[in-house]
Structures are given as C-alpha cells and as structure tokens.
Design a protein around this ligand. Sequence first.
Ligand code: ADP
Ligand code: GLC
Length: 533
Amino acid sequence: MPRSKSRRGVVSRPAGKRPAQTGRKKTPAKKTPAAVAPVVAGKKGLNVLFVGSECATYAKSGGLGDVVAALPKALRRMGHDARIVIPLYRTIDRQRHGIVFDRSACVHMGGGEEQWVGVYSAKLDGEVPVWFVDCERFFGRGGIYDEPSGEYPDNAFRFALLSKAALQVCKDTGFVPDVMHAHDWPTALVPVFLKTWDRILSPLSNSASVLTIHNIGYQGKYHASAFPYIGVGYEHFTPNKFEDFGGINLLKAGVAFADMLTTVSPTHRSEILTPDGGMGLAPYLNARSGDLVGILNGADYEHWNPETDSYIAARYSAGDLGGKAKCKAELQRRLGLAVDPKIPLFGIVSRFAHQKGFGLLMEALPRALNSMVMQVAVLGMGDQGTEHFFHWLTAANPGRVGSYIGFSVELSHVIEAGSDFFLMPSLYEPCGLNQMYSMKYGTLPIVRAVGGLEDSVRNYNEWDGSGTGFKFQQPSGAALYDTMGWAVSTWFDRPQHIQRLRASAMAENFSWEKAAREYLAVYEKAIANRKAG
Ligand code: ADP
Ligand code: GLC
C-alpha cells in the first residue's frame, strides 16, 4: 500500500506567464457585509463551504477534483448555497475561467505570522461561486502537490495556509457556513481550525465540519517542525490527534476534530475500519465509527455523456451505437493502433500509482498480448517504473498497444468512448469514477471487486448476459489475466451478451443527486454533533 504523503497533480493549462500578484499585500480587507441569507425563501437551505486542493476544470490530479466540482453543483440545484475554496495555482488560467480579484485577506498562522493573500472569485459552470486563494509563496508553482523531481517539501505549510484562509474568507465576506466540508489530508485542518480558532469570538463558532476521506493512502505525514506554523496548542500534539511516530499526521488530526466523517463508498467504509485497509488509522476510525458514513460518489453526466461530449469523434446513445464505432476508429488512429472494429480494445486512464494495480497489469498484459487478439490504449502518468513499462510495452507491440504518458482531459474522454473494455485492477479503490464514466460510454469495466468498484459494477452472468462488467477477487496477475480472457472470449463467442452488457451499463444512473441527499443527512448530523459538542 502506498504511504507517500502527497500525489502528483496537474493543473488545467501548462504553466504560463503570470502577472505579478499577491504575496504580502497591504491593501486593507473590504468591509464585512451582513451574513448571507439562506437561498430558499421560506425554507432554510444550508450554507456549505467546500475546501479542496483540487477542483475539476481548474486543477485536478484525479477523482477528488471531479467530486469537489460536482457535489456543490448538485447541492445548489437542491436549493443549498454551496461554494468552493481552492488555491489559485499559478497554472490556472484566470482569463479563460473569468477569475477576478475580489479582496485581500490576512491569514493568521502560528508563531504570530500574518500572511496576506489575494482572494479571487469565479463561477464554476456558471453556477457555483468559487473563491481562489492566491499566495505566490505557496501556490505560484507548476504542480498541485509535487513536480517531477518530487513532493514539495513545504506541503504542510501550503495546505495549512489554505485551510486557515478558507475560514478567513468566511469571516471577511460574511458567508457563514452551516457546514465546512474538507477533503483528504490537504484540507483536514479545516475541522481543526474550526474548533481551535477564537471559538467564542469567531462568527464560525457554530459552523460544523465534515471530512471526506477520498484516499487513506495519502495522510499528510510531516516532520513535527511544521507543527508550530499550524498554530494550534501543543496539547493537541498527542497520539490520538496530530502525533504520529514523532511527526504529525494531518488526516489523523482531521479524523479527531471533524464533526462527521465520510468516505466515498459503503464497502470502502468497512475496509478502512480493518487494520490493513485503515493504513494505520483504523483504531482512530473505529473510535468514531458511529460518525463515519460511506457514500458512493456520483458521476457528472454534464461532463461525461456520449450523447453530448464535445471531445469525442461522434456522439452516440444506447439506442444508436453507430457513433461508438467511429470513436473506436478515431482512438485507434490517434494512438497508432491497427484500425479494425473487430479487435477488442482495452482502455486504461489512470494515475500511475501502486494503488491502481499496475503490478498486476505488468504481469497480465504481456501474457495477454501473447495469447489473445486484443489492443490496449493507455493514458496516465506518475510512477516512473510504470511509465517505463508502458513505453516498453508500446514499442514491443506496434499497432497493438498505444500509449500517451501525460495528462489530457480530452484524451481521457476519447479513450472512454473508443474502448470496448476498461481496466481497473485496483489493489484498493475508495470509489473510482472511471468505471462509472466507462459504463455511461458503453465501455465495459474489468475491475477488482474492492471498494467502490464492488459497489458500482455488477458482474457478468454468463447464463443470461446480465451484469455491467467483469469482476475478479484475487489481487494477482493470474486473476486479471483470466478475467481479460473471459472478456475476450465473450467478445468473440457471445457478442449478443456484449450488447446486453453494454445496454445495462449505459442504463446505470450514478447521479450526484442521490449522493447529495445522503450528504445532506450527514450535514444535519454534523450540525447536531457540533451543537452537542
Ligand atoms: P483517482 O481519484 O484515484 O485517481 P478516480 O477513478 O476516482 O481515481 O478518478 C480519476 C479521474 O482522474 C478521472 O476523471 C480520470 O479521467 C482522471 N485522470 C486520471 N489520470 C488522468 C490522465 N493522465 N489524464 C487525464 N485525466 C486523468
Ligand atoms: C480518490 C480515490 C478514488 C475516488 C476519488 C474521488 O482519489 O482513489 O477511488 O473515486 O478519490 O472520491
């Protein structure tokens, strides 16, 4: 299981020239307006502030960015005032996204440090207000968490500042959240600050917090020397809060302080309560199991839908799959594969991380390519060994394996639409969004039955052709190889079952609306816990 502290991130545009901005600003903050009224007349909607290190279309390294963008939109459509705070990374294109300067803010960190930041704003998808925290010292860089040479050494400082800035933005703008919703280790300090920061004087003294654990493999473990900058008292440097083998663990602190905890699928909720799945945090999560809820992510069908997708060669629907054949031919052309509709094509779009089961793929793919009629299309980046493996596999199998090592939202849609099968042999998978996107595109997922993959994919039943994909249990290359063989034999021997599986997969509906309703119940509990505590 990976223990790395961060994950590699990419922003929406390559690094460009950036006008001088922020750092320490002397501009006084604007006058605080009256608290924002609830959005639904007569019926109080909740004010919810999402604080994230990623948000799709602006900056994303994986599914966390998709969730931070989609869930607030679903909540707003249900009458709640959901907003978002993220960093203004240098590579976010302000002009393209209509991001404008709003105000300056002074963020108070430990040791009496006052960090002036710029606060910018825009509307995501024309609907969701987003505040961007601009701080050249911490966010004026090319990556989200790291760059090719490694993780940024000051990540604890960078994301502590973001978390504290989110509270300051609320205070300065008068937006008083009923709930602040934090995501993974980068913003796990939001619940901590809410409970330790001027509780009596703060306008946020009644705001509750929810921490969603998207990926427990990344906990934000740092040297204890970062603790003073966070600026909470040493009474919190204890093994049940911050302290972790002499260092600090930001996710662990969030688990201790948040009013409610969630993770991104019901099955993964059970997994993280076990010693293996909890990756060191199981005792602390078990102590709070009554406040821990598993909610399956949704898929944003406004961005992921073959009927409307502007990235793909032809649009198509379950009723008319003609366009899918064109998308397959286009993908084959793009990645240098033989253009042939009859050859089953397996897609991969992934962070190259141990979690995703690349060990299994390295064992199974060369064997499968030796013995099966098939093609592979790969998009991903990350672990260097995995990048080298795919360079080699591509060179060794001309016309049969095509790969692009990098990050491309456009190509990710092209692969979802053009593939016949989609490979996700994850060792663990808290939820997984790509299998949901695949199903919508009639691309059958081949998954290991863990976490959200177990909860979202129904296994193929050879008897009647029911199901939405192919599942296996064992974390072994042999199990993956056999399951790929099962898919290939179904493709050639039972094409009517492929059609039925496709129809069932495309009919699945992982709407965010359902998930949003479950989050609302969690928010109510968090508010009750906050009142009680
Ligand atoms: P995780 O969050 O663990 O990476 P998910 O399946 O939840 O896994 O989400 C992955 C998201 O990241 C999807 O939107 C997927 O398309 C996207 N993604 C992953 N790698 C790349 C890449 N190299 N280029 C473009 N998009 C990518
Ligand atoms: C994480 C998980 C993934 C999940 C995503 C969004 O990075 O690895 O399974 O879908 O977050 O919640």
